[in-house]
Design a protein around this ligand. Sequence first.
Ligand SMILES: [Zn+2]
Length: 329
Amino acid sequence: MAKKKKKIPTFLVGIWSLNIVGAVVFFLWIGNPFRSSPKIDAAVDAISATPTATLEIATLEIFALPTVYLLPSVTPNPKSTPIVGTTPTPFVLDLSKKQSIAIGYSVAGRPLEVYRFGTGPDERLIIAGIHGGNEWNTIALADELILYLEENPDIVPKDVSLYILRAMNPDGYERARGYEGRVNEHGVDLNHNFPYHWKEKWDRDGCWNYLPTTGGTHPGSEPETIAVMNFISLHDFSALISYHSAALGIFAGGVPPFEPSERLAKALADVSAYAYPPYNTGCDYSGNLTDWASSVKGVPAVDIELRNHRDTDYDDNISVLKAFLTWER
Ligand SMILES: [Zn+2]
């Protein structure tokens, strides 16, 4: 049976013709939609006519715009409790004002505050207070360093940005100045919670865990750990110091030892009274921050132990700060 040839209805042809005519008329009416805007043309002309010196200033201003942090770098506040010290816009750091950003929250909902100095692409990180109130003097030191940097911003080289997390375990810091302040609100030792050579329980001989604690229910189980892991993963840190107390010297991160971490440890020992290699008590440092940073993320990282649980060793650590900012640049 022969197929019947379908004829296109006349009304459809009419509608299509009207569409085509309409498009042509619209195109003529608005002009060429692919032309550049007069405002852009004017801006391009103005930039072309601008002397180089002015252009450099303009470039610097663009370079110094606030850093915008992506949401994944912030662990949510489990208590949603407003805490004094958070910034109104926690994801944007306004470099013109003294303020911190929260990179996450502790179990009890306290912000993990990070301060930034300098705007350069070479990023370096100092973390204090991972052992909370047991090592409260590391947090006191971080506050002194922040103050020193505010008064002496020029010690930060132009191509460097320094970040300081002043208290990684703020809950322990608020709980007690002593052994009871060492762990987070879940009773976890945060420096045993990182996902590298992690153990829930470890041999306590030669360690400082005088009270019951664990490495967490699993590697990276704690919000403080996750916040720091995210922050490090979202950045490209060329060096890291984690401050502790007390008395053993400087530890180079990495299992097996990470050679750049050993170089950093030597450089900082050279300008301070802290010993490298450190005094070995035989402690099992399972799941610790600097081993994870060195061996997993490739960041040269060291633990520095202050001399005791009372002093900030101010002069030594100003020297350490200056050496850290200029190390292998
Ligand atoms: Zn410690």
